[in-house]
Design a protein around this ligand. Sequence first.
Ligand SMILES: NC(=O)c1ccc[n+]([C@@H]2O[C@H](COP(=O)([O-])OP(=O)(O)OC[C@H]3O[C@@H](n4cnc5c(N)ncnc54)[C@H](O)[C@@H]3O)[C@@H](O)[C@H]2O)c1
Length: 334
Amino acid sequence: MLQTLVLGLGRAGAALHLPALARIVETGLPGVFADHPIAAYDPRPVDLPHLPRVRVTGDLGEAMTLVDPGSAVAHLCKPPGSRLTLLEELARNGFRRFVVEKPLGAGRRELDRIGVLRRRFGLEVAVVAPWLAADLTGRLAKLARSGEFGALRSVTVNLHQPRFHRSLTDPEHTNACEVELPHAVPVVLRLAGPAELVDAEWSDMTCGEREIPRLGGASLTLRHDGGVLSRLRSDLTSPIRERSISLNLDHGIVTGYYPLGAEDDHAQLEVVSPHRSEREVFRDDALTAFFLRTYRAFRAGRPTGLEVHERAARLLIEAKERCARRGLVASNAP
Ligand SMILES: NC(=O)c1ccc[n+]([C@@H]2O[C@H](COP(=O)([O-])OP(=O)(O)OC[C@H]3O[C@@H](n4cnc5c(N)ncnc54)[C@H](O)[C@@H]3O)[C@@H](O)[C@H]2O)c1
């Protein structure tokens, strides 16, 4: 049975992974999770009194002794761009199964190196992708495939939220392509197939006298192999929050609304066609579903579907490069 070591106890590790894992372990899943405390590591002191089954240490060497590397799943919850050293150290110490926060890598070098380490050590890597495990995504895929509304023509994704405080105080993300879009790119690839980048753009955030480069918003246009066009937009200065995806089919529009946060994990699905007009609301705890699916795949030795994440990460890297070139051209304009 599988044990857990969570590395990095910021928002992703401490507020998302650990509570979800603790909830799953409490409900008791015979055959998947070992009856063993969850181990966790962060180089800065972290206190988690609300999670009594988690053993936290600030020493990586000690953290690795708290679990059996051969049957452990290591969750890498530190930001991309600096994960490689940790991944390599864990692999050298016998860890083989990894859950990595999205995106898989922030640059081409990092992605290539992860590929090298995977092959050299025989690593199984899953990227955190709650929306791929979401009931909503499953229903959208089923409706698109059903033929009831004809062929899929285009996909529109809106990921809007005000993000002034975090952008002003936390330097972790340096551009809007890295904030919300990594959730959605794997979903459109899953729904409409492999794609190439058509266009990408980012904008600055303005707040009073302050201007934060590249963090105002981003948009991507993708052309999928079958001809479907996807347009993804993320406005991080928006006064309202929205996480929606619309499938435009020959004879109807299907729109899904992902939950806006863990405080209300309900999704909505709206279908509008000449013969049908309805809205459905249902509970969709996608993160829990993702962990369950991933641990079961690890336990059974099944693939975790990494290819879609490699493709998504490469598209996002290409998008960032294109936006940067566009900025360079604009700043050199007479
Ligand atoms: N914040 C979110 O809502 C959110 C949601 C989903 C995914 N993510 C992704 O999760 C990743 C982490 O984001 P975050 O928001 O938790 O960042 P964060 O800055 O809140 O936390 C990062 C943590 O990693 C720790 N850390 C630094 N070096 C480390 C090392 N060598 N070993 C172990 N821990 C180390 C830091 O001390 C810090 O506690 C990013 O890739 C992000 O895209 C974040």
